[in-house]
Design a protein around this ligand. Structure first.
Ligand code: ACO
Length: 427
């Protein structure tokens, strides 16, 4: 492969360096394009644009490969745990036993959330969607932690990472507690991170809470599977907001908002609502498959298709098995799962889906597991956000440490040319 790409505009040739990644991904470095040619590239949805060089996550959508820091997602989901994977993503290496203990202990230092945050929560109506509340509460953490972090000071950055991991989990569960009218719970530093999620969500002051190890194991796996996915919509948002040197909480709050949309993290809620609707209307999966294929119908098969994976999403494979295991161990016989399986089977054999390389994505099965665990549907995307948090932190940190410039795309203006202003009585 040549290390130079040549571009010809109006008979004049320009040369640009070709960059090759560790996994032989190829990019044309157009950093000097506008300066040298006066032209820009136009790439709506950034389907062909790399925004950065990154050492965090590698994914090959054609082959269905996903790796964090060089470790396969299958290995990590099968052999590691969420806190260890968080450490790996954020700091680049798997922790030693001592590093992991220190990480957990430092998180424990920050698990109390300022009591005044409760006044903010009280201002939300009970009907508010938890993702909206979570975005606001995350942003509010900035007000309680106004000091900006020196990203080049290792200790400061370490403390900021632990503080974010601690407080985000607590406020994420508070969005649910508020909606239910339950008292807001405190983190229990004698228990693990994922056990804490369960007790923060479901523990009541009236009786001791015992989390189910099957549920905790499955949740841990789900968080690992969601922990990073390179430059997706919410992560790019976190990086671009942070590129203006906005703080970590403000950047993550923006990531939460980006994740909320039904084309991104909100798809896990949308999948379950779709499956429930199919069930309510008689369980005819093929009817909905036909709707999804009909260009006149805006309906899309939620949980199918992916911007990058044009093959089976490797996370969906792991989740599909986890769904079977969890439902079996919890003794849940969910008709929704039968509908999901039927939909998947039919879609995978259907020419429309095959020709467009539309496979089930990570969200197709996650909602079914969450439902079996007793997690309310409107909390599904919040769980995605908890899982994605270490990825957002890792990407924010990398962007700042690498001193990336402020993110500021250009555009091609196609509006009105210069025209004369008319006073209101002449319009
Ligand atoms: N159902 C039916 N048709 C679909 C679907 C779907 N779920 N997804 C894509 N298509 C069709 C499109 O209509 C289009 O058809 P055409 O070429 O005849 O016009 C073709 O497949 C390509 O679709 P695009 O929208 O161009 O693909 P893009 O890469 O922009 O979108 C996306 C990817 C947003 C994920 C899309 O597949 C989708 O909307 N899926 C459903 C929502 C979903 O599950 N999102 C979760 C993504 S994973 C995550 O964020 C964690």
């Amino acid at each position: 492969m040549s290390n130079i790409a040549t571009l010809e505009i109006d008979g004049k040739k320009y040369e640009f360096p070709v960059v090759v990644g560790t996994e032989n991904e190829v990019a044309i470095d157009i950093d000097k394009l506008r300066g040298e040619t006066g032209a820009i590239t136009l790439d709506p949805g950034y389907k062909n644009s790399g925004s950065c060089k990154s050492e965090i996550t590698f994914l090959d959508g054609e082959k269905g490969i996903l790796r964090y820091r060089g470790y396969s997602i299958e290995d990590l989901a099968g052999k590691s745990n969420f806190l260890e994977v968080s450490y790996l993503l954020i700091f680049g290496e798997l922790p030693t036993a001592a590093e992991l203990t220190k990480f957990e202990n430092t998180i424990h230092k920050y698990t109390l959330v300022n009591e005044e945050m409760k006044n903010i929560i009280d201002g939300f109506p009970k009907t508010a969607h938890p993702m909206g509340v979570l975005a606001s509460l995350t942003s509010a953490l900035t007000a309680f932690n106004p000091k900006s972090v020196d990203v080049n000071n290792e200790k400061e950055m370490y403390e900021a990472v632990c503080k974010t991991m601690a407080k985000f989990l607590v406020i994420a569960t508070w969005t649910y507690r508020k909606a239910k009218g339950f008292p807001l719970n405190y983190y229990d530093n004698t228990q693990g991170y994922v056990e804490n999620f369960m007790q923060l969500m479901f523990g009541l002051p009236t009786e001791p809470y015992q989390s189910n190890p099957v549920v905790v194991d499955a949740l841990d796996k789900l968080f690992i599977l969601h922990a990073d996915h390179e430059q997706n919509c919410s992560t790019s948002t976190v990086r671009i907001v942070g590129s203006s040197h906005a703080g970590l909480f403000a950047s993550i709050s923006a990531g939460v908002s980006a994740l909320w949309g039904p084309l991104h993290g909100g798809a896990n809620q949308a999948v379950l609502e779709m499956l429930e609707e199919i069930q309510k209307n008689g369980g005819d999966a093929d009817k909905y498959l036909a709707k999804a294929k009909d260009k006149e119908d805006p309906f899309r098969l939620m949980g199918f298709g992916h911007r990058v994976y044009k093959n089976f999403d490797p996370r969906a494979k792991i989740i599909k098995k986890a769904a079977d295991d969890v439902l079996a161990s919890l003794g849940v016989d969910d008709p929704i799962l039968t509908i999901a399986k039927k939909l998947e089977e039919s879609a995978l054999e259907d020419e429309y889906f095959k020709s467009r390389s539309l496979y089930p994505n990570v969200d197709f099965y996650s909602g079914i597991i969450y439902r079996a665990m007793g997690i309310p549907t409107e909390m599904f995307t919040v769980l995605f956000a908890i899982g994605r948090l270490p990825g957002w932190i890792a990407q924010w940190k990398e962007m700042r440490v690498n001193k990336e410039p402020i993110g500021r795309p250009r555009q091609i203006y196609v509006g009105e040319p210069l025209r004369d202003f008319k006073p209101v009585d002449k319009r």
